[in-house]
Design a protein around this ligand. Sequence first.
Ligand code: ATP
Length: 733
Amino acid sequence: MPFPFPTAIPNDVETMSDSTISRSNSSDDAAPPSGGGGDAENVAGDGINEATETSMTDPNALPGVPAPATAPDVANKRRSGDPSASGNSMFKLRNLRPRMVRWRRQLARVNEFEPMLQAEDDASIRKRSLALRYRAMAGEKLSALLPEGYALCREAGRRALSMRHYDVQIVGGIALFEGHIAEMQTGEGKTLTATLPLYLHSLVGKGAHLATVNDYLARRDAEWMTPLFEMLGVSVGIIQTENDQGARRKSYSCAVTYGTAKEFGFDFLRDRLLLRAQNRMQTEMLGGGDGGFSDSGDQVVMRGMHFCLVDEADSILIDEARTPLIIGSLEDTVRDQIVESYRWASEHAPSFELDEHFEIDNETKQYELTARGRGRVRALPKNDLVRTMGLVDLYEYIERAIKVHREFLLNRQYVIRPSEKDPNVDEIVIVDEFTGRLAEGRKWRDGIHQAIESKEGLDISVPTGQAARITVQDLFLRYPHLAGMTGTAATSASEMRRIYRTPVVRVPTNRPPQRIELPPKVFGTLESKFQAIAEEVRDVHATGRPVLIGTRSIDKSVLLSNLLTEMGIAHEVLNANNVEREAEIVSAAGGLGRVTVATNMAGRGTDIKLADEVESIGGMHVICTELHDAARIDRQLIGRCGRQGDRGSYRQYLSLDDDILKGGLGVPKSQKLKARGAANTGSADRMANLFTRAQRKVERKHFRDRMVLMHHEKERKKMQREIGQDPYLDTPD
Ligand SMILES: Nc1ncnc2c1ncn2[C@@H]1O[C@H](COP(=O)(O)OP(=O)(O)OP(=O)(O)O)[C@@H](O)[C@H]1O
């Protein structure tokens, strides 16, 4: 079994077989498929499409000189569920899905429009688009308008951007229109595909939103696609964090609006707070004057939530869904007392000893003071402000401070950066451990964030109470039409379906991928692993092929960078500390002889274009230095090579002291393995499966945590509705 992916993907993922849809870019040979679906191939519940990755089994294969990519053998195909390998037409018929047949027919109809549209001038394309809008506004069903709408969008793309939607992109667009999460390999053109459902849904005049992960991507994608929309007479708005209410309102009034999930959430909450305030005012002023608002600033910015297409759906709908979006209320009067208590606790926490003063519950990870520990708290010197705090509270302050000192590390879970609001003030920014990105504007809950600020000697942002809050799940479930795109949804397919009622469908690549998987290597210790990685970088670098190395944390990216410097290998480091240059570094990473060390953030967003001469020498080589808590993050990194049918290779490196073993197998077992690793300097490659098992366990645990959070939120909302409260505004602290 090729490492590190499981051969089985959840039944929830549907795979469109590659041969179903024409892969050609040229309109001439993009012949409409012969309707009817007699040879439609659509396999549900099959293995991961291994045909997309060629696995090399020779462990000594030279990374610098990959074997030429060969067509996958029949056994491989059969294992991957590719029915073309079976040669049995009954097999094909049994697995035929009506949905796929329908999509093929719709694609054929889209294709039928093409010659006609190509012969028309720009003005008639726009006129057709306006006519479609009238029909949609008059109540005609969007599904009936889809063939012409998508054909218009494709034609606009061809004229305005010199990019004609591939057939696979049209089918992806149909899946999105029908509320699916479309899994498209990285580099397959999600940005262009998104224009299809955005355009169609915008026709009804209620707005179509595209939610992405950061301001940069929202702006980049919107600006990139604007010429296409303009050609169709569709306005495009962009929401950026720094926008004031007026600018936001204007952007939301556009037919299509690009922004981040975070801003959509905050705007929803701010609008709701405003509406409530206005309601109150009106009630108070009943019978006394006009009872309304005259200040132009006091208007909601959104005009409802109709359709949202979520880009990088796995990241937004799953990873970010762990922390709710919160707007704070008024300043607390006991602020000084709280600030002092945080400072006092972080000053004294390091003097508390494990087992003697506190214990850690292995199951719940809770820190609890022992009787001696509590005695110590009582005996510690306290100033007047701290003394007025209740003793039970002080125990909690100390427990929290100890936890933070032991578990939260600078440049790992968080970084310190000048605040966006006031560059003279430093602030803590969480590094999302899943994505490696900075989770701007997010805060840890339960005082953890403040305890970290205190530990680092920063200003303490005392929790101000919650004025409004919404979970990511609730936010997106408010849209009557929801769809998503991602490079890696297969592993979270059942979760997506269960929470968001969005089935996942895998869209085939436009050109067959030629990515080579090199066998994984396992080492005893981090040091020996990093040494071997540096040597592999040196060997591949010598061939001129670009190398991208993904690390799990900032400190490890620095460690590796130091090693490479010692070896005299010029390289770039990309981590949350130099996010401003992210796009620049990533886009240059495909150049001849380039070496780039990156935390997993490099797995998304920016296109790595291979220099022309690189393709002929084997494409880019990706080195994964550790398994992440979620397999899809590993896949994202791997997806940086072999894009759009380019050549490329990757290898996974592991060591017996990797964090994934601790998380997946528990502390005692992982410590045993660590000790074994330290004693053994040779290869431990045969233990590779252990790591995949550990990763699956960690994934299951995270899944359970999210389900528990959702359950509690649901219960809370139900209860609040019963007593007439607003679950988004009447939030408990
Ligand atoms: N139909 C098309 N015709 C020509 N070029 C295309 C087409 N579709 C996509 N591309 C090109 O493919 C590249 C990748 O596109 P895009 O950045 O949207 O991919 P992606 O799927 O979002 O990748 P990632 O997951 O890495 O963000 C771009 O350079 C784009 O110009």
